[in-house]
Design a protein around this ligand. Structure first.
Ligand SMILES: Cc1cc2nc3c(=O)[nH]c(=O)nc-3n(C[C@H](O)[C@H](O)[C@H](O)COP(=O)(O)OP(=O)(O)OC[C@H]3O[C@@H](n4cnc5c(N)ncnc54)[C@H](O)[C@@H]3O)c2cc1C
Length: 464
């Protein structure tokens, strides 16, 4: 048995902790069963945003006529395989660089295997399905094992040969018609990608709107826009999937009134959420507790039910974003190294963005949450992009910024942006909420550059 000071499971945000701890002189092992760099690099944020950039370009080119630019003769043509291979070459070489770097170093020591607990703070490293006789153990452990797509129990689905976002990001042939089961953020990003390049899109969504966790005005407007571009079936539960001799998928779904639909396509993408990889780890062997959905239970310091075992990121599942995993990694690193001076994780003003079309970003409470909580007497302002100089310049007719502000102390309770560069515009709100005094007035007092797009944030703020 090999003994380490710290074992890190997973090379996504776990890698930051492994590297930093080894630089502090701890003897560290990092165990990774897949490609180095985890979900974000290999099958998440980075490849999805790279392919979406191509979709954004296509959309812009298609709108070019509004701005007096005509695409003549041959028009637009898409080299789908080039889009995919450009992205995969970039991410694969980055992942390989990380692997080569780790293999050259003594510390952290890399194990490119799957592992599972076999006892108290002790792992066995697996080879295929077989446990090889390699046992490692450490007093400190970080579980950063991430999550994977949830595959729902639907009649005929398993044998139909569906794909998830993992395969979609590496698919070599552009589907003619693509059906999504699920209408959350991953589906809405990938639908934008494939749809902009010419694939016909069907989305079968259980809820009555797409992106149901967004603020109600964002979700409603986004659903309206998507429903004009694509076939969106709201309130439908998928009952069965089959595939005919011509390889076409047939998806049967039913709504609460008993109305049933049959949707046909040449590709099927399942995107109903992501569940934890904790089942592979067999955590019960070491006493780490999971919640009812299988995510690792942690306290405010990210320590699990077992002293010395910490967990971060998608394995914990509080917020399934890369910036959250990275933020938690910093706290986990500190708390692992300083057990007597642990710091409570600060999640305040956790933002998110959805890189679809239109783009979305948000922070804080949604209006429906505030209504349900009844804790705040709030006021709101909604300001459209098109009523600003730059909004008009780029002809963003749908975009808006919405603020939710506490009437009592003028603190920003939430901000929700839909439209061009929403993911960038939200940042001044984040700074105001987190580093400033948190009041809407800190945005009002700031001089904004005219006629930059950020004026829409300023105008929304000054309407309160
Ligand atoms: C399509 C898609 C798009 C996304 N876009 C965004 C975005 O734009 N912005 C954003 O913030 N987030 C985005 N995310 C979410 C983001 O990728 C994740 O929240 C983040 O990468 C999680 O990081 P992590 O370190 O917690 O886990 P991961 O990066 O998933 O790392 C976990 C690692 O642990 C390994 N592992 C698991 N079990 C074992 C085991 N038993 N033995 C050995 N190794 C093991 C896995 O192979 C994996 O590499 C996206 C996700 C997807 C799928």
């Amino acid at each position: 048995m090999q003994k380490f000071d710290l074992i890190v499971i997973g090379s996504g945000s776990g890698l930051d902790v492994a590297n930093a701890a080894s630089q502090q002189g701890l003897k560290v092992a990092i165990v990774e069963k897949g490609k180095l760099g985890g979900t974000c690099l290999n099958r998440g944020c980075i490849p999805s945003k790279m392919i979406i950039h191509s979709a954004d370009l296509v959309e812009k080119i298609k709108q070019a006529e509004i701005f007096g630019i005509k695409i003549n003769d041959g028009g637009l043509s898409i080299d789908f395989q080039k889009i995919i291979s450009r992205v995969n070459e970039t991410i694969d070489s980055h992942s390989l660089e990380i692997k080569n770097g780790l293999e050259r170093s003594e510390n952290p020591r890399l194990f490119t295997r799957e592992c599972k607990f076999v006892g108290d703070k002790t792992f066995v490293l697996m080879e295929g399905n077989e446990a090889k006789e390699e046992i490692i153990s450490a007093d400190k452990i970080l579980i950063a094992s991430g999550a994977r797509p949830i595959i729902p129990e639907i009649k005929g689905l398993k044998v139909s040969g569906y794909i998830t976002s993992d395969e979609a990001l590496r698919i070599l042939h552009q589907p003619r018609v693509l059906t999504f089961i699920g209408g959350g953020y991953i589906a809405c990003e990938l639908a934008h990608f494939f749809g902009s390049l010419g694939t016909e899109i069907n989305i079968i969504q259980k809820s009555n709107s797409l992106l149901p966790h967004e603020d109600e005005e964002t979700s409603k407007k986004f659903t309206e826009i998507f429903s004009k571009k694509f076939k969106v079936y709201l309130g439908y539960n998928t009952e069965s999937v089959s595939r005919d001799n011509g390889n076409e998928f047939h998806v049967i779904a039913r709504n609460s009134n008993g109305k049933s639909i049959e949707v046909e396509s040449d590709q099927l993408l399942v995107s109903v959420g992501r569940g934890p990889n904790s089942d592979i780890l067999d955590v019960t062997k070491t006493g780490v507790q999971l919640n009812e959905r299988g995510f690792v239970k942690v306290d405010e310091y990210l320590e699990t039910s077992v002293k010395g075992i910490f967990a971060i990121g998608d394995a914990v599942g509080k917020y399934q974003f890369k910036h959250n995993s990275n933020n938690e990694a910093k706290y986990a690193y500190h708390n692992i190294l300083n057990p007597d001076k642990k710091i409570v994780v600060d999640y305040f003003a956790m933002p998110h963005a959805i890189f679809s079309s239109p783009q979305i970003a948000g922070v804080g409470f949604t209006e429906q949450e505030l209504r349900t909580m009844k804790q705040y007497d709030y006021q709101k302002s909604v300001f459209p992009y098109i009523n600003t100089a730059m909004g008009k310049t780029i002809e963003d007719k749908d975009g808006f910024v919405k603020f939710l502000v506490d009437k009592k102390d003028r603190k920003i309770l939430g901000c929700h942006i839909m439209g061009s560069d929403a993911s960038i515009l939200i940042h001044e709100v984040l700074v105001a909420m987190k580093a400033g005094d948190g009041k809407i007035d800190s945005i009002n007092k700031t001089i904004h550059i005219h006629p930059a797009l950020s004026e829409v944030v300023a105008r929304a703020a000054s309407s309160i």
